[in-house]
Design a protein around this ligand. Structure first.
Ligand SMILES: Cc1ncc(COP(=O)(O)O)c(C=O)c1O
Length: 402
């Protein structure tokens, strides 16, 4: 394990991206990639490239071993079994897979699905389409003024006996960390299955699916210092019972012109040639993060977010959204300036921050704002990054005469 020296970021040099002199504060949208991830993918394409699960020659077997080895690494990382790990394009595809395969088979007319007000569009729209098709209902648990899930309201809605509860582990806008284990236990007690969106937690804290006891969990590799692949975890029994989502090569056992039968788990859900290099790169990202240690990552990030939060709070005209205790994102507005304008002035000073509705338009409605700006951090973020951002924000304040 690498030694973590607080305040002096020892990980930044692992990321070739920072040859660019940018202050990158948009890790929640996508993370930069360490050299080990880029090297693993390059090495795959340079010397091990072949399709997987098809050829019987040595090279094809080598590619298959690398791909399946990556699956084992991801499984170990979240304490699942490899059969329960399905490679998808991204978290969005993972949720759509559950909505289409599990949802269409299990949700009936008049039944309900429960989500929360702090969901990303990816965890809203697939359920909207499903309930529309089935004549079912979508319920939404409210958040408190402080930006936390209103657990009492959540429990009240559980009395309606939803078939599925789908919620985010960490809000990509508010930074709120939801008590996944407790919410899952409550949902199970009410007879619901649980899907957890771990997009904003997976790279920032230890996620253990057995401990959380959720039924499904999704995340995107590109937010975990890896490439653009995604992961769906599902409990084996549920995945076994589900019909396939996408169909074609590799997901079948036998095909005739009359009928087809399905492959074993997890390949039943992986139609067509997968992103093999992506899986290999993601496994390298997991090894990298494990090398640092998730507890160290969390400690360093909490310290940095606290630092940024305190400083931001002191700037008059800054409005922060969400609770004080939070994971690695801080969303804010500056006076009544549009977040895009704030982001543009910051960009002119080499500071990259996200602005807009953050794919959470319903949450913007709840907060009563059209948009906000957001900083988000990763293992490579330094105190100097935060200071440069704060200085740039002061300049923006002057530009806007606030
Ligand atoms: C909480 C949350 N869920 C889902 C997503 C969707 O991720 P992707 O676009 O990689 O599918 C994001 C991306 O920002 C997110 O922050």
């Amino acid at each position: 394990m690498k030694k973590v020296v607080m305040g002096a970021n020892v990980f930044r040099k692992d990321f070739p991206f920072f040859a660019r002199k940018l202050v990158y504060l948009d890790t929640a949208a996508t993370s930069q990639k360490p050299r080990v991830v880029l090297d693993a993918m390059r090495k795959f394409y340079e010397i091990s490239n072949a399709n997987v699960h098809r050829g019987v020659y040595g090279l094809a077997d080598e590619a298959t071993q690398l791909y399946e080895g990556a699956r084992k690494t991801i499984a170990r990382f979240i304490n699942a079994s490899p059969q329960e790990i399905v490679f998808v394009r991204n978290a969005t595809e993972g949720i759509n897979l559950v909505a289409q395969a599990w949802g269409r088979a299990n949700i009936k007319k008049g039944e309900t699905i429960l989500i929360t007000q702090m969901e990303h569009h990816s965890n809203i729209v697939p359920w909207q389409l499903l309930v529309k098709e089935k004549g079912a209902n979508l319920l939404v648990a409210t958040i408190t003024k402080a930006g936390e899930l209103d657990v009492l309201a959540f429990e009240k809605l559980l009395e309606k006996k939803p078939k599925l509860v789908a919620f985010t582990h960490v809000s990509n806008v508010l930074g709120t960390v939801n008590p996944v284990k407790e919410l899952t236990a409550l949902a199970h007690k009410a007879g619901a299955k649980v899907l957890v969106d771990a997009c904003q937690s997976i790279a920032h804290m230890h996620v253990d699916v057995r401990n959380l006891n959720c039924d499904f969990l999704v995340f995107s590799g590109h937010k975990l210092y890896g490439p653009f692949v995604g992961v769906l975890y599902g409990k084996k029994k549920l995945l076994e019972e589900m019909p396939p989502f996408l169909c074609g090569g590799d997901m079948i056992k036998e095909v005739s012109f009359e009928k087809s039968s399905w492959n074993e788990l997890p390949w039943k859900f992986e139609a067509g040639t997968p992103d093999v290099a992506g899986a290999v790169g993601l496994a390298a990202a997991v090894f990298y993060l494990e090398g640092i240690g998730l507890a160290n990552v969390e400690r360093q990030e909490v310290e940095l977010v606290e630092y940024a939060f305190k400083k931001l709070q002191k700037i008059k005209a800054v409005q922060i959204y969400g609770p004080k205790t939070r994971a690695g994102v801080i969303s804010f507005n500056l006076g009544d300036m549009h977040a895009h304008d704030v982001s543009t002035v910051l960009d002119e000073q080499g500071v990259c921050v996200r602005s807009g509705h953050h794919c959470a338009q319903p949450l913007m409605g709840v907060l009563g704002i059209p948009a906000c700006a957001r900083i988000s951090i990763g293992v490579y973020t330094t105190k100097e990054d935060i200071d440069k951002f704060l200085a740039a924000l002061q300049k923006a304040k002057k530009v806007f005469r606030l």
